[in-house]
Design a protein around this ligand. Structure first.
Ligand code: HEM
Length: 517
């Protein structure tokens, strides 16, 4: 009798588990399953690859280093044959987007602007500035910052980009043929540029602090990856106990650095406003300068006077702009110079075009002339296609969301948009791993899906600094190419990517500069 009761109880339990498992993936720590509009399993619409253990994809990255994780994500894209795919990980469904149609739908969906949960791990560093905040706060900050990226303001930055580019080449004065490790000089260039343009503060007298900022930044990046890839560290306790060596000191360093910059700019701006009060008409807006370069930080300080933002708000936006303005162009420029070295034929076309449009004394190196360097534009685009500074963007659903293909993502699903894989998806790119700037000629692009190329993202949360970055990168390329021919000092195959906040390599990148006669 007892045995019969046990069998009945077990059957009921199994039946109940079976029903629960249809709604929730029990072994993936009760991740709610992705449904479909027609009631069929999600597998009938997109691939749902099995994980490495019985716990779905929960422990797929466990024990793997940064290089292996990067490779594994690429392997997944190949296995899914260019189709976006679903994974279940620690209580959450994740939709991995590697095709342009899904990217377009998601990046333009009004309810899909909320950043994914991994951005929470950036909060100790960036708090909730425009990159990491959501909803109302994001909207207010985005509106506040957008006007600082107006093309009139960007035009005023051109002299700074030229001066910094000249400093870049002048550090090699006296050398004619030599190898250069790219990381240090490019990092200095992008950090100096963002500090002077966005913050209105010259870094020259703070050079040593700049070096320490870069070292601290590297450590923060490492800790971020350690945290994202090991669920044990998602909570603060184990993370701080086991994985955050040096993290707090690095955070303090970068925050002190940005606070110093804000303090310096406050003094400079006060002096500037004093001057304007004395010289401008009574009804002029003091926060709209005439003739003088305008720092983006000034907008925030002026908004503070109007009660629209407070000091801690300014700090988080400064940290965000420093991070975005320093790191993403740093990656773009590293790979642009590297590609110049690998592809001499394309470098020659860029050089000839530069010689045709830009005078040797750089007196006409302005935004209009930069606009004429079409081939350089294609070259940089092809570089960002193969090496997107931000290879992954993450979103979270705030409610159950139906996609165009009939999938229904449950609330709190994660959406990973793998820019790296979209940019190499053979559906849109022939021989996707090959470097061909001509892909971006108008006649070669017209039939391609617009969202097959999204280095700056797209839609409401696209990159605010896109024009700034292109202007800055082109200026440095012009100044360098005018002075040097760039030759290879390593093989393209020797680049070893690894997972990071942005695109990272394990090895250092090197080129050879040969001074032009
Ligand atoms: C090659 C250079 C750059 C690339 C490839 C790039 C790319 C991107 C991408 C892909 C995003 C979206 C990130 C996401 O959704 O998670 C983004 C956001 C952003 N970028 Fe850039 N970026 C570059 C340079 C810059 C520069 C120079 C600045 C500022 C001076 C900047 C400011 C921002 C800001 C503020 C956001 C957040 C926008 C928002 O969430 O509303 N970026 N960038």
């Amino acid at each position: 009798m007892l045995a019969l009761w046990l069998v009945v109880a077990l059957s009921v339990l199994l039946h109940w588990l079976y029903k629960v498992n249809k709604e929730f993936y029990i072994l993936a720590f009760l991740a709610r399953r992705v449904k479909t509009k027609n009631g069929k399993p999600a597998e009938s619409i997109v691939p749902v690859p099995k994980g490495n253990t019985i716990f779905a994809n929960c422990f797929d990255y466990f024990g793997k280093n940064r290089v292996e994780i990067f490779k594994q994500i690429r392997r997944m894209a190949r296995t899914a044959a260019g189709e976006s795919y679903i994974q279940y990980r620690l209580g959450k469904a994740t939709y991995n987007v590697i095709d342009a149609r899904n990217a377009e739908f998601i990046l333009n969906h009004p309810n899909l602007t909320t950043k994914g949960f991994v951005y929470n791990f950036l909060h100790p560093f960036l708090k909730t500035g425009v990159l990491t905040s959501n909803e109302c706060k994001w909207h207010t900050r985005r509106t506040m910052l957008t006007r600082t990226f107006h093309f009139n303001i960007l035009n005023q930055f051109q002299d700074i980009f030229i001066t910094e580019s000249l400093k870049f080449v002048d550090q090699f004065n006296g050398l004619n043929s030599f190898n250069v490790w790219l990381s240090d000089p490019i990092a200095k260039f992008t950090l100096n540029s963002i500090c002077e343009t966005a913050m209105g503060v010259k870094l020259d007298e703070m050079a040593e602090t700049g070096d320490r900022y870069r070292e601290s930044f590297y450590l923060i990046d490492e800790c971020f990856v350690r945290r994202v890839t090991n669920p044990l560290y998602w909570g603060d306790f184990w993370y701080h106990l086991l994985a955050a060596h040096g993290y707090c000191a690095a955070l303090k360093m970068v925050h002190d650095f940005s606070s110093d910059i804000i303090a310096k700019r406050r003094i400079l701006l006060e002096e500037e406003l004093e001057y304007r009060r004395a010289t401008q008409e009574a009804d002029d807006d003091l926060c709209v300068p005439r003739g003088k370069p305008f720092a983006m930080l000034d907008t925030l300080i002026c908004a503070e006077k109007d009660g629209l933002i407070d000091h801690s708000g300014i700090c988080e936006e400064v940290d965000t702009l420093m991070f975005e303005g320093y790191d993403s162009p740093y990656i773009g420029l590293t790979f642009a110079l590297l590609n110049m070295s690998f592809y001499g034929k394309h470098q020659d076309i860029c050089y000839r075009e530069i010689q045709d449009h830009i005078d040797d004394d750089l007196s006409n190196l302005n935004v209009t002339q930069l606009g004429k360097l079409k081939y350089l534009d294609y070259f940089l685009k092809e570089t960002m296609r193969l090496y997107p500074s931000i290879p992954l963007m993450c979103r979270e659903t705030i409610q159950a969301t139906e996609l165009f293909n009939g999938l229904i993502l449950p609330k709190r699903s994660q959406i990973n948009i793998h820019v790296f894989d979209i940019h190499r998806n053979p559906k849109y790119w022939d021989n996707p791993n090959e470097f061909h700037p001509e892909r971006f000629l108008p006649e070669n692009s017209q039939d391609r899906h617009t969202y097959a190329f999204i280095p700056f993202s797209a839609g409401q949360r696209n990159c605010l600094g896109q024009k700034y970055a292109m202007q800055q990168m082109k200026t440095l390329m012009v100044v360098v190419l005018k002075k040097f021919r760039i030759l290879p000092a390593m093989e393209p195959q020797s680049i070893i990517f690894q997972m990071g906040i942005n695109l990272r390599t394990k090895n250092k990148m090197q080129v050879k500069f040969v001074r032009r006669k």
